[in-house]
Design a protein around this ligand. Structure first.
Ligand code: HEC
Length: 198
């Protein structure tokens, strides 16, 4: 009996101290862009702390990244959106291989205008990567992937398929760079005695 009374009390106390019960924007967030304040309400206390510690420049970079992608997912995760992006990339490859300029241009524009996952981009990155140094590369990766996709679409529109084809590797270079920094090998097993070789 004692235990059943005690547990909700402790839970309430720890929620209150973690800030999860605060109805308004987290403390000290007043100087942050409004959209960021909104997103942060859904973050865990650990993730909030990391985001709050980012420089004003970086916060505005992230807000800009979100602003250039106005479409918002309701429930979709970053991993699911990544799989959508991969499908678009494969569609571009198929289009380039079959001299289908319209398919190439449309798939490339869809790739560049993907939705922002539920909760924004940040919560899907590892906590130890939410810092000024690591996050500073995001715009470069975005330009490599989406900038090159838009160039590919323009080349396809102009009927220059060899030029369009040349952007395929620029796009993938961006995918690979971002994964090396923020993702690693997907699906590593916890049930293997010998760890993955990298
Ligand atoms: C801004 C950095 C970034 C860029 C650029 C990026 N990715 Fe990702 N990608 C990630 C992260 C982070 C994850 C892990 C998400 C997770 O598991 O929650 C991921 C996961 C994935 C996955 C899921 C793998 C699995 O676990 O099922 C695929 C597929 C993928 N990316 C494809 C791509 C392709 C194709 C491109 C380029 C067209 C690309 N990504 C560009 C950051 C990036």
């Amino acid at each position: 009996m004692k235990k059943t009374l005690f547990t909700p009390l402790v839970l309430a106390a720890s929620l209150a101290s973690s800030g999860l019960m605060a109805a308004d924007a987290p403390q000290g967030a007043a100087s942050m862009p409004v959209e960021m304040q909104q997103m942060m309400k859904a973050f865990t206390p650990e993730m909030r702390q990391k985001v709050m510690a980012l420089s004003p420049e970086l916060k505005s970079t992230i807000v800009k990244l979100h602003a250039t992608h106005p479409r918002r997912a309701k429930e979709t995760t970053l991993r699911q959106i990544m799989h959508e992006i991969l499908s678009e990339y494969q569609s571009i490859a198929s289009a380039v291989a079959t001299d289908n300029a319209e398919q190439a241009a449309e798939a490339a524009r869809r790739l560049a205008s993907h939705r922002i996952p539920k909760g924004g981009l940040l919560p899907y990155f590892p906590l130890d990567k939410i810092n000024n140094n690591d996050m500073a590369v995001l715009p470069t990766m975005n330009t490599a992937v989406e900038g090159s996709a838009l160039k590919l679409a323009a080349a396809a529109d102009a009927g220059d398929m060899p030029l369009a084809a040349s952007y395929m590797s620029d796009i993938m270079t961006g995918c690979v760079a971002c994964h090396q920094k923020f993702r690693g090998v997907p699906g590593i097993s916890a049930n293997l005695m010998t760890p993955q070789s990298k």
